[in-house]
Design a protein around this ligand. Structure first.
Ligand code: KG4
Ligand code: ZN
Length: 342
């Protein structure tokens, strides 16, 4: 007779990472396997949905097998199969969803669907190893820049979001302007380390303007500084030093806005804790400045650790909150490209 099921198998395939993880009831990550497709998309300068779906199809079963083997568990330990249902690329999501439904049916365990954005915030709960709610939750990723009032682990009330580009998208577009490789965030931040963040005076969009963000104008400002204004005077050649200064100045502008708005949300809600997740939290300047401001204001800042910043399935450990509340998903659950509201 097997012991009480005490683990979750989680599957994530919302964009260009195929991932699976095993998380136990105490939110310990027993395995966390990620197959990245970056090199397949690099030459296109962005994720190509059709290529992504096909790569997920090739990767999903080996990734799941490896996650189960790495965790050293057998399927009778699984209390549920968790899977990202959105937001993301529909073709990509369908691969993970189909795998999850099949395994849930074969093993006769419940299915739990997980919101990818909320899961990015939940990465902070895993990292902390303790209860972290209530808090302000902040997701800064390639597709999303969202602030939430998380009164408890199951509540994500929207506070503010970007009205155009997400912060990571701005990094990716700035990288393209500067001739840096995809994905742009790591490349821009590497270049920025050699540059002067005060060399260019880029705007801090919507700084005093509530909890909404806007990054598309900043991308245009980088374009004009790098290549010149159409019909305007010529600008100096894009040398390595100039690229570094542009990258550092751009990064400083994005980070200033992200930090200011995150702490404005903290002030508005009265919560004394800030949870920050998503790919852009891998950025060293952002981490440094969020932590410094937290110390200054006496706010408990919990940042997603670098290994859980970009897409992974461990953060879908959020599904434990549903399992413990008895909330399960039907086996005909669908995927969705957009956000859930409320
Ligand atoms: O969370 P994620 O893996 O995917 C989404 O759900 O969107 O985030 C990917 C984003 C990309 O835009 C990437 O350029 C950005 O995170 N990123 C960074 C850094 N590392 C990844 N942005 C700034 N600095 C970094 N070090
Ligand atoms: Zn993500």
């Amino acid at each position: 007779m097997a012991d009480e099921p005490d683990c979750l198998l989680a599957i994530e395939s919302s964009c260009d990472e195929t991932a699976a993880a095993v998380i136990d009831r105490d939110r310990r990550v027993l395995s966390n396997v990620i197959a990245s497709q970056h090199e397949l998309h690099e030459r296109f300068g962005g994720v190509v949905p059709e290529i992504a779906s096909r790569a997920h199809l090739r990767n999903v079963l080996p990734v799941i097998d490896t996650a189960i083997a790495d965790a050293g568990v057998t399927p009778d330990r699984f209390a549920a199969v968790a899977v990202t249902d959105g937001p993301g690329l529909v073709g990509s999501l369908l691969v993970g969803m189909t795998a999850a439904k099949t395994l849930a049916a074969v093993w006769d365990v419940p299915l739990v669907t997980v919101d990818h954005i909320r899961a990015h915030i939940y990465a902070c709960r895993l990292a902390a190893g303790r209860d972290v709610f209530p808090a302000v939750g902040f997701v800064v990723s390639g597709g999303h820049t969202h602030l939430y009032d998380c009164r408890d682990a199951g509540t994500f009330a929207p506070l503010g979001a970007t009205i155009d580009d997400a912060a990571g998208e701005a990094f990716d577009k700035a990288a393209r302007v500067l001739g840096l490789p995809f994905p742009g965030g790591p490349a821009v931040s590497r270049a920025a380390e050699q540059g002067d963040p005060t060399a260019f005076k880029f705007p801090r969009p919507m700084l005093g303007d509530g909890l909404s963000f806007s990054f598309s104008g900043l991308k245009t400002a980088v374009l004009y500084a790098a290549k010149g204004v159409p019909g305007g005077p010529a600008v100096p050649e894009l040398t390595e030093a100039r690229i570094a200064d542009l990258a550092a100045s751009f990064e400083a502008a994005v980070v200033d806005v992200l930090v200011a708005k995150a702490f404005a949300a903290v002030a508005r809600t009265g919560h004394r804790r800030l949870l920050v997740g998503g790919g852009v939290v891998a950025n060293r300047r952002l981490r440094r400045e969020l932590e410094a401001r937290g110390r200054l204001e006496g706010v408990d800042v919990i940042l997603s650790p670098p290994e859980y910043c970009t897409d992974n399935a461990a953060m879908a450990g959020l599904a434990w909150e549903d399992v413990e509340a008895g909330r399960f998903s039907p086996l005909d659950a669908d995927v969705r490209s957009g956000l859930v509201r409320g």
